[in-house]
Write a protein that binds this ligand. Sequence first.
Ligand SMILES: [Zn+2]
Length: 353
Amino acid sequence: MKSAREKIQYRSLPFQVLERPGGVVLKRGTEQLLIEGELALESILLLLSVTSGTSATEDEICSKFAQPDHPNVRRLIELLYQKRFLVAADRIPGDLSEDNADIFYWQHDRTRQSIVDKLSELSIAIAGINPLTHHIHASLTAMGVTNICLMDDPLLRSHSFFKDDQINPQAWTGSLPAIIPAQQREEALKDHRAKCLIAATAYGGQVLLLEWNRLCIDKQIDFMPVNLQDMIGYAGPLVIPDKTACLQCLRMRQNAHLHDVDLERLAEQHAHRGQSIAAIHPSMITVLADTAVFELTHFYGNLADPRPGRLIRIDLAAGTTDAFPVLKIPRCPVCSKLNKMAAVKTRKLNPMP
Ligand SMILES: [Zn+2]
């Protein structure tokens, strides 16, 4: 009786074969496999002749080689299968056609569809109608993510997307999802069953995102703040309620390093009115928006080394990108559990009549 492995129909995924003295190097994504031996190239080409675009069992592959070589061929098949250069044919579409994004997902032992499904299951809500949210929405929908809703917030609006107080479909190119008015946002988030909310401002108003931060902590919704301020983009920290620092934690830590908080934060309060005089290169929008989308893809796609609670700072003018972990403030007025505990204790000591 044949073992499960002997029944596998092996099929090779596309990879490069690079000849070198005494062997070959096989390359796919960033993976490189060194196969040593004078007959390495010939063996790989022979194996490909029955597994590229078609499939064969281990015995069928071995039948192409001389009997004395079978043990080495079986070891080669095992290595290629372990490294996923060879896969079971029933695990991939018959008409396999991959682009570079597919190879990226393969590199992380994921498929594009698994990532798209995870992001769609989040019922993502996007707050604000501006160039950042426009690009974030376009990137997510281009990936195939569905179930996205767009929420209006007068303070996060870009004037260029509106005409007579209505969104201008000529400015918002691409698909336009249903837009939820600001006053309906809480019930809409509930109806939409949003598990993740992205709020973005392109004009430097971190303070304008704090209310969304508070709402997400309160409703136990993951929160991704995105803002572009004085030509520097900030993505994150991705806030996971009760687990990571929140945007208020970040703000308090930033304030601790400012000489004159009131003066240096003054423009933020009025950012939505100063958008016509903001200095923004279009690349600052696309790079920042795609960074936010990539961070969501990375975290929810469960790629290696998850990193919620991290602030990514992009300074295109200086040509630098940095990332910093944001630590929780123990008594953050928004996300600290200590606040809730203290409130309970106070009520016990001073019962209401
Ligand atoms: Zn906090």
